[in-house]
Write a protein that binds this ligand. Structure first.
Ligand code: ATP
Ligand code: MG
Length: 394
């Protein structure tokens, strides 16, 4: 079983970015190659298509990688036909028989011809080959609502034929839209926020604040698992882990009860900004959604924005919990996020948090806490773990 498999993937939105097209295509091919390191895979891009050739023993890994890859709208296993109508029909008939095995009854042919010297037009290719399949009684033609579309692409050097098409993830290839630092907690929201930015082509690093012994090692393990999951889409990442115990204790000691959470959020943003600059990230990303909890009112979000001079992206701002949860399930982070280990201790959560803080009040309380030395210590405590997220690990 040493023969090679061939896959063809369709490139989506990146087709629109004319100026950057080459760069985007190169990145997409690189990303797929990373998933398939040491398999002997060959990946190339030709005229809006990504082609993958790989030894058949790696079928499972190849298909999982195409499912994970951000930046393609669809993919299919393709067969090569010789450049004449009989060979195309013969390969199509094999595909049609395969479709019958999968339960299909009706079909249509979709042909594309980029080599205009081929003596049949796209329409004629469809008519000739479709008639053969129909006449052989394998499948019945239904141009409006077919069970399967059999595709033919006649190109300069080869002809490709494929049947079952899998939906791709869409989005932009990871690495074409800069670098962000995701504030990653063990909750449902922040992993989804991270995915949304990966989906726009951003490369991510992660930052987690722990409060040992108030938060458990299991809570941190949960974050590490989430980081690994996201790093699979993001083709690797670094997880920065910062100790926030003393910061939280100082806040508890010096700030009014109702402001505890807001002060902690300000301290997190301050520290995150410093870490972001250290790791060359261009923005912070959080899983906040408007009015979901007290610290996420427009006034309180303005406070956490104003305490730093750095872009903060909140991709979930207009989504509700149901939509966020549905996406968490889809990207595979939900099951980990709902494990029962809290990422924040009730000891530090006020019963009646302030909802509509005035900027001046927040800054006055913040400045009275004498928190700077504790933030310096937190920054110094940062430990970094490399997360591979692809390739041999699987
Ligand atoms: P999540 O579901 O992401 O935990 P949440 O709804 O629980 O969010 P908050 O606890 O207010 O909301 O946190 C808001 C955002 O702040 C989170 O989405 C995350 O980006 C960040 N954050 C909160 N706690 C931590 C933490 N311990 N470490 C890193 N980031 C955190
Ligand atoms: Mg949370």
């Amino acid at each position: 079983m040493n023969e090679n498999l061939l896959y063809l993937a369709k490139i989506g939105e990146i087709n629109l970015k004319k100026g950057n097209l080459k760069n985007f295509e190169r990145r997409l091919a690189q990303n797929l190659s990373l998933y398939l390191e040491n398999t002997g895979a060959s990946v190339r891009v030709r005229a809006g298509r990504l082609f993958l050739e790989i030894p058949s023993e790696f079928r499972t890994l190849a298909e999982k990688s195409l499912d994970m890859l951000i930046g393609i709208t669809g993919w299919a296993e393709a067969k090569v036909a010789e450049k004449n109508i009989d060979s195309i029909a013969a390969v199509l008939i094999k595909e049609a028989k395969e479709a019958v095995r999968l339960g299909c009854k009706t079909f249509k042919i979709e042909a594309r011809r980029s080599d205009k010297s081929f003596p049949f037009t796209s329409y004629e290719i469809g008519r000739e080959t479709g008639a053969q399949i129909h006449m052989a009684g394998i499948l019945t033609v239904d141009v409006h609502n077919p069970d399967i579309v059999l595709s033919v692409e006649v190109r300069e050097k080869s002809v490709f034929v494929y049947g079952v098409e899998h939906t791709g993830r869409r989005g932009l290839p990871c690495g074409v839209s800069g670098r962000g630092l995701l504030l990653l907690s063990g909750g449902i929201d922040s992993p989804v926020a991270g995915y949304r930015m990966l989906f726009r082509g951003m490369k991510l690093d992660f930052l987690y604040f722990h409060s040992h012994p108030y938060t458990s090692p299991e809570a941190q393990q949960k974050v590490e698992t989430l980081a690994e999951k996201l790093a699979e889409y993001g083709l690797g990442a670094y997880l920065n882990i910062v100790s926030f115990t003393k910061v939280q204790q100082q806040i508890k000691k010096t700030a009014p009860e109702a402001y505890l959470t807001l002060m902690m959020r300000m301290c997190m943003m301050k520290t995150a900004e410093r870490i972001a600059k250290k790791v060359n990230a261009q923005c912070l990303i959080t899983g906040e959604s408007l009015a979901q909890v007290a610290s996420q009112t427009v006034e309180n979000l303005s406070v956490t924005n104003s305490c730093i001079d750095f872009p903060v992206f909140r991709p979930l701002i207009g989504m509700d919990k149901e939509e966020i949860t549905a996406l968490a399930i889809k990207i595979g982070t939900y099951e980990t996020s709902i494990l029962p280990y809290e990422d924040c201790c009730v000891l530090f959560s006020p019963k009646h948090p302030v909802l509509h803080t005035r900027l001046e009040d927040a800054f006055e309380i913040y400045n009275r806490m004498g928190i700077e030395p504790f933030l310096d210590e937190a920054f110094e405590s940062c430990e970094t773990k490399k997360i591979i997220g692809y390739g041999k690990k699987k």
